[in-house]
Design a protein around this ligand. Structure first.
Ligand code: AHR
Length: 351
């Protein structure tokens, strides 16, 4: 297949003056409200030679760099879609803003990339730009989080089973309370939520809620968003501790918010983890969280696997070979708790 090449002349030819003006203003930083972090320095786009020649050109837009998980995910994509692997990657970081993501996808359409891959910040708001990608004939691979659009607007999705993660957390808690002889006790729970409207947040909440609804003695006292960041996790937990003096369980929808929550708990003179005042359930299971579990601050952590780059690469190569791919694909995930040999587990963990 003759590969597309990305350079200024081609884009001017292809999309006309308006696009060229837009593109140039992007390069000079006038159009975007944030610095476009691209694998390709602007100067390279003006070179005589075409660095993308013969390579598969992929426009990838990450949600941001809000968490350890996100950084591991971005690294996995960059390494799988590298030049050595035959790709030419245009990388954008949307800094947790939907409008930035939509602009990035539009830029990829203007740049006429071979594939668009993105991890959507939230489920909604994608119809128009994905319609534009479809009209441009560019296959779209949705990665990590999901979009709520008609299925013909994207080629496929690959990511985590967020509902299963949430359900597993609820089932783990039920089992733990029973083993502790606390299954008949009143159990007060608070949730530090991720970015509201993100499919991963909704899934984890719904999965946990399923198990919650089967336990009359469990009460969800409060839920507030910490936007998947450590700073906001701290603030939300601080607020919960001021409002409620009887919190038994914190469900924290990612590890970075958990780190903030643990700091807030300690600053309030309380303890957490298996021997502490408050049970902590977290999601992601990044390296630093398992170390914090070793220290005794986290009870259980439900994995969200960020190593999705290779899967994305396999999908693209399958499409290149003209093969059909499944519409929805899940990555493998597990969970960890303090009864396991964390030292051994940590030796082999990549993130
Ligand atoms: O979409 C995956 C989630 O987003 C991870 O749980 C979280 O850490 C990240 O920010």
């Amino acid at each position: 297949m003759k590969r597309k090449s990305i350079n200024r002349n081609r884009i001017i030819r292809k999309t006309g003056l308006l696009s060229a003006v837009l593109f140039l203003s992007i390069l000079t930083g006038c159009a975007g409200q944030y610095p476009a972090e691209s694998e390709t320095p602007a100067a390279a786009l003006f070179e005589e030679t075409e660095p993308s020649e013969g390579r598969i050109v992929v426009g990838f837009c990450e949600t941001g760099s809000e968490s350890d998980w996100r950084r591991a995910h971005a690294a996995s994509i960059r390494s799988a879609l590298s030049e050595e692997e035959g790709f030419y990657l245009l990388y954008e970081d949307a800094q947790q803003k939907l409008e930035n993501q939509i602009k990035a996808v539009r830029r990829f359409i203007l740049q006429d990339v071979d594939y668009i891959v993105f991890s959507p910040l939230v489920k909604d708001g994608w119809d128009v730009v994905l319609e534009e990608a479809k009209e441009a004939g560019i296959p779209v691979i949705v990665n990590d989080r999901q979009v709520d659009v008609s299925e013909d607007l994207y080629t496929c999705w690959i990511g985590s089973d967020a509902e299963k993660e949430g359900r597993d957390a609820g089932l783990w808690l039920a089992d733990y309370l029973e083993k502790e002889g606390r299954d008949k006790e009143q159990i007060n729970i608070v949730t530090i939520q991720g970015t509201l409207g993100a499919s991963i947040q909704i899934g984890r909440k719904d999965g946990f809620a399923e198990v919650l609804s089967e336990h009359d003695n469990w009460t969800m006292l409060d839920m507030q968003t910490g936007d998947f960041t450590q700073t906001k996790g701290y603030e939300v937990m601080e607020d919960f501790l001021e409002k409620y003096d009887d919190i038994d369980v914190v469900v924290s929808e990612n590890d970075n918010m958990t780190f903030g929550a643990i700091d807030a708990i300690h600053d309030a003179g309380k303890t957490c983890g298996p021997d502490g005042d408050i049970i902590i359930l977290s999601f992601d299971a990044v390296h630093a969280a398992l170390e914090q579990m070793q220290k005794g601050d986290i009870n259980a952590d439900f994995e969200c696997n960020p190593m999705q780059g290779e899967k994305v690469k396999e999908i693209i190569l399958a499409l290149e070979a003209g093969r059909e791919v499944e519409k929805k694909m899940y990555v493998e995930e597990t969970y960890f708790d303090n009864t396991m040999d964390l030292e051994e587990i940590l030796k082999t963990r990549m993130y």
